[in-house]
Design a protein around this ligand. Structure first.
Ligand code: NAP
Length: 230
């Protein structure tokens, strides 16, 4: 089995921990985590750092076989949920958009030909969602999705880009809600269920094993068919 070195941002989050758990079933996988507050062997990184500082943090890590960007700003929990609209937009831009752009640019020279890159979109990003949080996430995830598609087109023979776009996933924010609110959100979905972090991690796991550049620049919706954007 080929050894796979997979660089993962957002390793401390719900999806990051789910992917780390799946990695234990792959003896040939080596996850190299990026974390703002390393707890063990992760590399310290805040994706809002300057491009130069990010490059410094990654210097000397050697070649990598895959990049999975699971970082993302939380603008729906306290204290950010009370911040002015444009402040929340700025945070989403700095973390989800510019943070991912910097990571892709910094890691491109470290990648082997065809290496998979996973970035995180949102299944409703292009649907028109009412409410401030919907507007903000649509702005950020829509921008990131467009960028990732262009990055895929511009580096066809270098990397394979997947945009994973989940619906509601039970991670930190979902777990912080009351059972009633969780049930209300689930009842608004077609399936009546939240995704589990492990379900999304399984999709990422599958994408990492596909042959290079067969599918690139595509959005993969992970939402039990809740919404199916064209
Ligand atoms: N959960 C959902 O319903 C859902 C739906 C659609 C898309 N997504 C996307 O999926 C991704 C993972 O979501 P999740 O549910 O696992 O979120 P989560 O549990 O809130 O985890 C977010 C992760 O991002 C990291 N992070 C935040 N700001 C950062 C920064 N400035 N620099 C570096 N890392 C930073 C966090 O690190 P700390 O531990 O330091 O805070 C944490 O590891 C995100 O991009 C999210 O937008 C999630």
């Amino acid at each position: 089995m080929t050894h796979l070195r997979i660089l993962v941002s957002g390793i401390s989050g719900g999806l990051g921990q789910a992917l780390a758990a799946r990695a234990t079933t792959h003896p040939n996988w080596e996850l190299v985590g990026l974390a703002r507050r390393p707890q063990g062997f992760e590399i310290e990184m805040d994706v809002t750092w300057s491009e130069r500082r990010i490059l410094q943090a990654l210097s000397g890590i050697g070649p990598i076989d895959a990049l999975v960007c699971l970082h993302g700003a939380d603008i729906v929990s306290a204290p950010m949920r009370q911040a002015p609209f444009l402040e929340r937009l700025q945070v989403l831009y700095e973390v989800d958009v510019a943070g991912t752009v910097k990571l892709l640019r910094a890691t491109l020279p470290l990648m082997k030909p065809g290496a998979p890159i996973v970035v995180m979109g949102w299944d409703q990003a292009t649907l028109g969602v009412s409410g401030e949080a919907g507007e903000l996430y649509a702005l950020a995830k829509g921008a990131l999705t467009s960028y990732a598609k262009s990055f895929a087109a511009g580096h066809l023979n270098q990397v394979t880009v997947y945009i994973v776009a989940p619906g509601w996933v039970m991670t930190r924010w979902g777990q912080s809600l009351s059972p009633q609110r969780r049930a209300r959100i689930a009842s608004r979905t077609r399936s009546g269920h939240w995704q589990t972090a492990d379900e999304v991690a399984q999709v990422v796991e599958t994408l990492l094993s596909l042959p290079p550049t067969v599918v690139t620049g595509q959005v993969i919706y992970v939402n039990r068919g809740d919404v199916m954007p064209s």
